[in-house]
Design a protein around this ligand. Structure first.
Ligand code: HMG
Ligand code: MG
Length: 296
């Protein structure tokens, strides 16, 4: 078995740091991730720059980025303006990001739940015309800070509509990190019952309540083979205040190595990158594996 790690540190990680990291540090971060063996690295976002000032340098970042052959560098795109900007800067893969709840759709996208699809539809259609690959996220798949628990059927309805636009994969986001393995099982079963199998699904866990690794293992056992993670466990979501960092890539790689599952990632090199980045961010990595390896 092989697991694809979809690295989100440069985007989901850096979008929520108080420090705005200089563009050359971002480029070095992305370069180091590729050198450590990561093959899918979400590089940045073409969102409104005042909504996420940490990633306002997306164009400049991509223009000077050293691209390693065989590595994919998707970017987040919410709307046609974002797509135009992404196309101008050589992007070949994008991700749209929908919400499973009304409140988060309004807070994160300034749209109602229903009108988010109207925003995404021309983005996906035009991206596909340009030969781009399009991934879709669904946020708040387990609970939402304003609306509480989110029913699996609601997530499936939203996810189905995003896939039907023409996206190759759906990443299920536990944006605030409250899910537990039983939730994960129920959600994946609900998708399966609607004909969406694990080969179309990825999982995206934030580690707020320390459940990310247990949730990931649950998803792997149910056949999911793409897992989102952020090197050093940095990150969160600026429009969901209770979100903390993603599952740390190092914690994921440690578990997968132990299970004999291949990832192609060099854990020591990744950890060295997290320690280097922690110096730039001025705070230690929350990853348990980074902390443990730093003491060896
Ligand atoms: P809006 O204000 O409704 O935009 O924002 P608008 O369409 O009304 O346009 C207003 C002005 O903004 C216009 O300029 C547009 O051109 C400009 P004007 O004509 O007034 O001069 N504009 C843009 N400029 C640059 N790039 C753009 C863009 N779009 C419009 N793309 C919008 C709507 C969606 C843009 C805004 O709400 C936004 O940027 N939201 C993004 C928020 C965000 O990035 N959140 C974090 C990512 S999601 C996440 O982290 C969750 C995830 O990790 C999964 C999980 O954990 O669950 C993915
Ligand atoms: Mg996220």
């Amino acid at each position: 078995m092989r697991v694809t790690i979809y690295e989100v540190g440069p985007r989901d990680g850096l979008q929520n740091e108080d420090v705005v990291v200089p563009v050359e540090v971002k480029r070095e971060f992305i370069g180091r991730l590729a050198d450590a063996g990561l093959t899918t690295i979400e590089a940045t976002s073409f969102v409104h720059p005042t909504w996420v000032p940490q990633l306002a340098d997306a164009a400049e970042l991509l223009d000077g980025l050293r691209r390693v052959p065989g590595v994919r560098y998707p970017v987040l795109v919410p709307n046609e303006r974002g797509l135009d900007r992404a196309l101008e800067h050589g992007v070949t893969e994008i991700a749209i990001f929908g919400s499973a709840t009304e409140t988060f759709a309004r807070r994160n996208l300034n749209r109602s739940l229903d009108s988010q699809f109207e925003m995404f539809e021309p983005v996906v259609a035009r991206a596909l015309e340009h030969g781009l690959r399009v991934r879709a996220y669904v946020s708040m798949c387990f609970a939402d800070p304003w609306e509480g628990q989110v029913a699996p059927a609601q997530v499936v309805r939203v996810g189905r509509r995003l896939l039907d636009l023409g996206c190759y994969e759906l990443s299920l986001g536990d944006t605030i990190g409250v899910g537990t393995p039983a939730h994960v099982t129920a959600l994946l079963e609900a998708f399966g019952a609607e004909g969406v199998g694990p080969e179309r699904l990825a999982v995206h866990f934030h580690d707020t309540y320390g459940q990310a690794l247990a949730n990931t293992l649950t998803a792997l056992r149910m056949g999911v083979t793409t897992v989102d993670a952020s090197t050093g466990g940095i990150g969160g979501c600026p429009y969901a205040k209770s979100a903390t960092g993603n599952l740390a890539t190092e914690d994921l790689v440690w578990m997968l190595d132990g299970l004999g599952i291949e990832t192609g990632v060099d854990l020591r090199s990744l950890t060295a990158t997290s320690l280097w980045l922690a110096g730039k961010l001025g705070r230690p990595s929350p990853s348990r594996v980074v902390q443990a390896l730093a003491k060896e």
